[in-house]
Design a binder for this molecule. Sequence first.
Ligand SMILES: Nc1ncnc2c1ncn2[C@@H]1O[C@H](COP(=O)(O)OP(=O)(O)OP(=O)(O)O)[C@@H](O)[C@H]1O
Ligand SMILES: NC(=O)c1ccc[n+]([C@@H]2O[C@H](COP(=O)(O)O)[C@@H](O)[C@H]2O)c1
Length: 172
Amino acid sequence: MTRGFYIGRFQPFHNGHLNMVEQIAEDVDELVLGIGSADDSHTGRNPFTAGERIMMLTKSLVDYDLVTYAVPIEDLERNSVWVSHIQSMSPDFDVAYSNNPLVVQLFREAGIEIRQSPMFNRDVLEGTEVRERMINDGDWESLVPEAVVEVVEEMNGIERIQMVSDTDSNGS
Ligand SMILES: Nc1ncnc2c1ncn2[C@@H]1O[C@H](COP(=O)(O)OP(=O)(O)OP(=O)(O)O)[C@@H](O)[C@H]1O
Ligand SMILES: NC(=O)c1ccc[n+]([C@@H]2O[C@H](COP(=O)(O)O)[C@@H](O)[C@H]2O)c1
């Protein structure tokens, strides 16, 4: 039995993330999804709460033959203890997955196997691009799983992101 760990901010969960989960599912029996920057929400970069992101992930993956656990991970001021912080919050895992260079470095230094994947259609499958389309009334729906469209609609997410992008100087 192999259990993996994949961390991201998932603001929102998009088809690039889904592709990565599909690829990881070929390697592992179970997958922990770390919801990074769990303590942040209602900002331009992190509009959605940890709970809203858990709904996006859970509903997008409901039909997959993969046991998943969503675990919120708050940011810490100290990079040097961040991997221990994750281990204190997560079910045990054998291998981690990320394409974020800092995350890769921190796991490597902690002696944990970390695997990277190719970027899927990165010119559009990027959280920043999805959020910009949400703010500008563009076609964001084609970049995310159908379940994410439903969650965003249920929580009035477009109104939220448009409001925070007006007031948040950090705005992307
Ligand atoms: N299109 C993609 N293909 C493969 N991996 C991706 C893709 N987009 C993001 N990832 C990876 O998924 C993880 C989580 O990404 P994250 O939630 O930061 O999304 P992002 O699209 O990079 O968002 P943002 O633009 O908001 O920073 C990271 O390791 C990231 O490199
Ligand atoms: N010291 C820390 O708190 C620390 C260090 C590295 C990554 N992270 C978090 O891990 C997540 C990485 O996800 P992304 O690949 O989506 O950027 C982010 O939420 C980021 O804030 C936190």
